[in-house]
Design a protein around this ligand. Structure first.
Ligand code: SF4
Ligand code: SF4
Length: 193
């Protein structure tokens, strides 16, 4: 367990459902889910997910903390918000996915998950450079999780480099400090209390 976890994520008096609800900004409407499955049917990442959002929400209600936090589902959520637009109960599905990622990190169960690494690296580049860095992201990901695939992908990467579709080194945006201030404020506002 990380020592700097927000208190709500480690409060032993709360069951899993209450923890997720309280750790999600605003009213998540999680308990309003009627298990219709519209979210999973709308999700572009559904095929890669261990569980559909509908299944995950049923597991949260069943207090299956360990299984939920080890699921790759939140990490494959690309925050497209399509499920939220279509949910008949207006459940804040995408926000709950963010909560579950925070909880998985706090519980230190995310490291075996390559999607979690990709997400962390992406955030790191945005915080340090103001934008993503595709070449670095792909290289780090393949080196750590699929080193044998790196050689097969190398020719494609070289082709993209030669056509200037990707850069060899990261570049910072102008006025990075302004973005960093916005990100820091957003973290403050979204931090569970
Ligand atoms: S679309 Fe909404 S109500 Fe239906 S299963 Fe998903 S979260 Fe639940
Ligand atoms: S917001 Fe996430 S869970 Fe919802 S449809 Fe998009 S990828 Fe799927």
């Amino acid at each position: 367990m990380l020592t700097n976890s927000p208190p709500v994520l480690t409060n032993p008096s709360l069951n899993f459902l209450e923890t997720v609800k309280q750790a999600t900004p605003g009213d998540s409407r999680l308990t309003m889910c009627i298990q219709c499955g519209t979210c999973g049917g709308s999700c572009p990442s559904g095929q890669d997910m261990d569980h559909t959002p509908r299944q995950l929400f049923a597991m949260i209600r069943a207090d299956m903390r360990e299984e939920v936090l080890r699921s790759n589902t939140p990490w494959y959520c690309v925050s497209c918000y399509f499920c939220m637009v279509r949910c008949p109960q207006e459940v804040h599905i995408t926000d709950i996915m963010y909560t579950l990622k925070s909880m998985a990190i706090a519980a230190d169960v995310y490291e075996t998950n390559s999607a979690a690494d990709l997400s962390q690296n992406f955030v790191g580049y945005v915080e340090n450079y103001g934008r993503s860095f595709e070449f670095g992201l792909a290289t780090r990901q393949y080196l750590r999780h699929q080193p044998l695939s790196l050689m097969r992908r190398a020719s494609m990467g070289l082709g993209m480099l030669s056509k200037k579709r990707i850069d060899l080194t990261p570049s910072r945006i102008e006025n990075l400090g302004q973005l960093q201030a916005i990100l820091a404020r957003a973290k403050e506002l979204e931090a569970p209390t």
